[in-house]
Design a protein. Structure first.
Length: 146
């Protein structure tokens, strides 16, 4: 009987210890939950530096119009969106322009669609030529106009 009583005491002790740890964990996690509203300064959905970086597109329109026949050449990592007008892709030796909106690649002379997010992946002369009047382009990154 002694062994059965000792075993029972041991099982009860183990259960009490496990339940104490569980209760302590629950109280700690509950205390930390809800202290900051999601989207507030205490719990931001995105860091301010990330938002600032993502919202850093420049409008390239040269007082309302980029001259027809101009070439906008981007460098590695440059992104752009054709907002108005028309343009054709300029392919580099390593390939074309990546259309991040639909997953296509623009090759030499392809018409660039308006409002598509385009990425220039290498600094090898890729970009686009302005074909229409009143062309407006949003650009993020390093570029030059020729």
């Amino acid at each position: 009987m002694n062994k059965a009583l000792e075993k029972r005491k041991w099982v009860i002790t183990v259960l009490i210890v496990v339940m104490s740890f569980g209760l302590g964990f629950f109280v700690r996690s509950s205390a930390g939950a809800g202290t900051s509203e999601p989207g507030t300064a205490g719990d931001p959905i995105a860091a301010q530096s990330y938002v600032d970086q993502m919202a850093s597109f420049q409008v390239v329109d040269y007082n309302g119009e980029i001259p027809k026949g101009s070439r906008l050449i981007g460098y590695e990592g440059t992104e752009f969106v054709l907002r108005a007008g028309s343009a054709k892709a300029i392919e580099g030796p390593g390939g074309g322009l990546a259309d991040l909106t639909n997953g296509n690649t623009y090759l030499q002379g392809d018409d660039i669609k308006q409002n598509h997010h385009i990425l220039i992946s290498r600094s090898d002369g890729r970009g686009f030529s302005i074909e229409g009047t009143q062309t407006v382009v949003l650009v993020k990154g390093k570029y030059r106009v020729e």
